[in-house]
Design a protein around this ligand. Structure first.
Ligand code: SF4
Length: 253
């Protein structure tokens, strides 16, 4: 499912509360540096009819208009402004500047709200992306496996230069000021819940030392058939192993 506006919601998010979405990608297309088998936006190949990114000014104006109207309607307070949407938000060339604009509007309209970014973290090699992410309260970075073959099958990175070791290095460079988000699933030739998978992933988590690890599974329609949801009890058992490293967890089955 694609979001057909630049600003969407607010929606009640399982992980973030009342979340106002900011989609820096096209309104009728998907652009991402990964092509995950579980992506709720669909596959990259199915979302190529629109490649037009909103400009920095268009995002700022759309957000301000939304916030003005929302306040006038007396909407419930927003808990977080969330950069998500039809693909990977950090691919927008003005990502950092848009984060700074959003901070100003947040301070003006809902100063208590947090800024959150959902990202696959591959663009952390770009210093401007890192600077933008350092400005937000919740930099939520994806790490679905620490076994290269599984990552390739699950996330299907677009770049031929993708390297799992480099990804984990980039995540570690965030020096703990990040949240790691991991999707657990079985099916389509992938199972990232085996003991071998969990041990490799825990070693990476130990190296990254995030402030929080969010564990979740699919709960909406996904583009590839035969993918199995992982239940709450199993996610909690994995979370328990993260807690033994002294790292907080959040399970949202
Ligand atoms: S990184 Fe996110 S947006 Fe990109 S394909 Fe994966 S789930 Fe979809």
């Amino acid at each position: 499912m694609l979001f057909d506006t630049t600003i969407f919601g607010p929606i009640k998010s399982r992980r973030l509360g009342v979340s106002l979405g900011i989609n820096l990608l096209p309104q009728r297309g998907k652009i991402c540096s990964f092509d995950c088998i579980y992506c709720e936006c669909g596959l990259n190949a199915d979302g190529r009819e629109d490649t037009q990114l909103p400009s920095r000014e268009q995002v700022r104006v759309a957000l301000e208009n939304k916030l003005k109207a929302y306040q006038q309607e007396g909407g419930v307070p927003i808990d977080t402004f969330t950069f998500a949407g039809n693909g990977e938000p950090t691919l927008h060339p003005a990502f950092k500047e848009i984060v700074l604009d959003t901070q100003k509007l947040r301070n003006q309209y809902f100063p208590e709200a947090k800024l959150s970014v959902l990202t696959n973290a591959w663009q952390l090699a770009n210093p401007s992306v890192v600077e933008g992410l350092r400005q937000v309260d919740n930099a939520i970075l994806k790490l679905d496996s620490a076994i290269a073959d599984t990552l390739q099958k699950m996330n299907r990175p677009v770049s031929p230069h993708f390297s799992m070791d480099k990804l984990i290095e980039q995540l570690s460079g965030f020096q703990g000021k990040c949240i790691i988000q991991t999707m657990f699933l079985r099916g389509a030739g992938v199972d990232n819940t085996t003991e071998t998978e969990i041990q490799a992933w825990l070693a990476a988590i130990k190296k990254i030392q995030p402030s929080l690890v969010q564990l979740y599974s699919i709960n909406r329609k996904v583009p590839i058939e035969g993918i199995e949801h992982i239940g709450e009890e199993e996610l909690k058992r994995i979370a328990q192993k993260v807690k033994q490293l002294g790292i907080n967890t959040l399970v949202t089955p």
